[in-house]
Design a protein around this ligand. Sequence first.
Ligand SMILES: Nc1ncnc2c1ncn2[C@@H]1O[C@H](COP(=O)(O)OP(=O)(O)OP(=O)(O)O)[C@@H](O)[C@H]1O
Ligand SMILES: [Mg+2]
Length: 526
Amino acid sequence: MAAVMFVWAIFRQLFPDEFQRDVRKYGKKVVSYVYPYVEITFHEYQGDSLFERSKAFVSIELYLSSNSSNRAKRLKANVVKNCESVVLSMDDYEEVTDEFKGIKIWWTSSKSIPQQRALFSYRGDEEKRYYRLTCKREHRDIITKNYLQHVLDEGKAIAVKTRQRKLYTNNKSENWSGSKRTIWSHIIFEHPSTFDTLAMHPKKKKDILDDLMMFSKSKDYYKKVGKSWKRGYLLYGPPGTGKSSMIAAMANLLEYDIYDLELTSVKDNTDLRKLLIDTSSKSIIVIEDIDCSLDLTGQRKEKKEESKEEEKDPVSKKVEEEKDKKSNGSEVTLSGLLNFIDGLWSACGSERLIVFTTNFLEKLDPALIRRGRMDKHIELSYCCFETFKVLAKNYLDLESHELFSTISRLLEETNMTPADVAENLMPKSFEDNAVGLKNPINPTNAASCLNKLIESLENAKEEARMKAEKEARIKAQEEAAKTIEKNEEKVQDTDAKLGDGEGKRADQDTDKVQFTDAKENGVTTA
Ligand SMILES: Nc1ncnc2c1ncn2[C@@H]1O[C@H](COP(=O)(O)OP(=O)(O)OP(=O)(O)O)[C@@H](O)[C@H]1O
Ligand SMILES: [Mg+2]
C-alpha cells in the first residue's frame, strides 16, 4: 500500500493535470470492462434548478428512510408534522441493501465536497449530496425499467402521507423578489373542520362528498375529454353558514394545500398569473367574498346602463374597465380573473380546486360563475332541522330529545345561521359535569343548551316579527307620503292650468255660447 501511495504521489507531482485526467479516464474504461456492476447516481440538485431539490432525490430519500432505515447503522432524524413523528433517513456515507423480485440492490448516500469554498458561496459551491444505486450488470434492465419506477412511486406516496399541509396567502405585489417564498407566505394548515363536523342536509353533503371523491380519482377522465384537471366550486349563502368551514373540510378530506388569494393585494393581471404559476398541484385556490374583493362585479351591467355605445363596442368597454381598476389601486380586471380560472395558464399544474365564496350571488357577473368556470354551485343556507341534528350530535352527543320537536318548529318559523345555533349549543359550564372536567357534555348541560337555543330562537322570531312590522309601518308611511305628494302635485297642476286658462277662457266664452246653441239645436260641430 505504501509503495502504491508513494508512486501515486510521485505521479501527481511529475505529470501535468491533463495527462492525469487521461490516465484516470482510460483507467476507468479498463476497469469497466471487468467491473460486474452498474452504478446510477441521483444528485440532490440538478441542472438549472439550484434552489429546488430534485424530485427523484426526495422520493428516494423517503423510500429509503421507510424501507431501509432499520438496516442502516447511522441515521439522520427529521421531525415532521409539528413534532408528532420522527422520520429517519440514512446518514452520509452509509450503505443499505434492498431487494426487488429477488435482486439485490445497494444504495449508498454520499456527498461531493468542493475543493475550494468561495467566500460568498451560493448553492452551487456547497456540498452536493447524492444517492448511488449499485446493481449487477445483468439486472440493469429490470432495475431501470421497473425498480426505479417502484421507488419513485413509493417515495411519492410516503411524501403525501407525511407532508405537512400548508395554508398560503399572497404577499403584496410590491414586496415580491422573484422566488416562491416572497410571492406566497405560508403557515402549517391545521383546521379541525371535517365533513363529519360540518352541519348540512345529509343528502346535500353526500352529493358534495361524492363529487369531490370523483374529482380526485378522475385524472384519466379529464385527460380523455381534453380538460385540465381542475374544478370550480362556488359557495354562497349568508354569513356564518359554513362556507369557510366547508373549504377547510374539503382540504382535510382530499389532503390538499390551501392558497387563500387576496385579490386586493395583487397589482395586475400579470401578477395574478405569476401567483397561479407558483401554486402547486393538489391544492385549493380560494377567493373569499369575491363580491367584495374588487369591484369586478356588476361592471358590465353598469356600463350597459351608462352608455349604449359601449355595449356595441367591446374594446372601449374593456379600456373603461381597466381605467376603473387603476383608480382602485389594483388593476386586476374581470377578464384577468376569468383567464386566471380557465385560460391557457390555468392548465399548468393539475388536481386543483378553485373555490369562490360570496354572500350575494346576484352581485356576481354571470360570466364569472358560469358552468365550466364554477362547475358546482353550493348554497349554504340558514339552519334547518336536519342541519341542527348534525350540530346536536357533534356538540351534545344527542340523537334525539324531547325538545327537538319545539326546536324543529321554531327553525321553520325563523332564520338562524348554523354559527348562531352552534354558539348556543356550546356548554357554558364545565363544573356541572359528573364524569370529569374534560367532557362537558352531560344530560343537564344538554338540556340547558337546548333550552338556551329555544330561547334564542324565540327571541330571533320576535325580533324578526318586530322588524317586519317596523318595515311595514315605514313602507305604509312612505306610501302615504307619496300619495299626499302626488295629490298636492295634481292640485298644483290644476291650479297652474286654471291660472293659464284665465285669459283663454275669456276668448273661448263666445265659442262656448255658440257651441251650446248649436247643441241645443241638435247640430254637432267638430
Ligand atoms: N354548517 C356548519 N356546520 C358546522 N359549523 C358551522 C356551520 N356553519 C357555521 N358553523 C360554525 O360557525 C363558525 C363560522 O362559520 P364560517 O366561518 O364557516 O362561516 P362563513 O359562511 O364562512 O361566514 P362568512 O360569510 O362570514 O365568511 C364556524 O367556526 C363554525 O364553528
Ligand atoms: Mg367565511
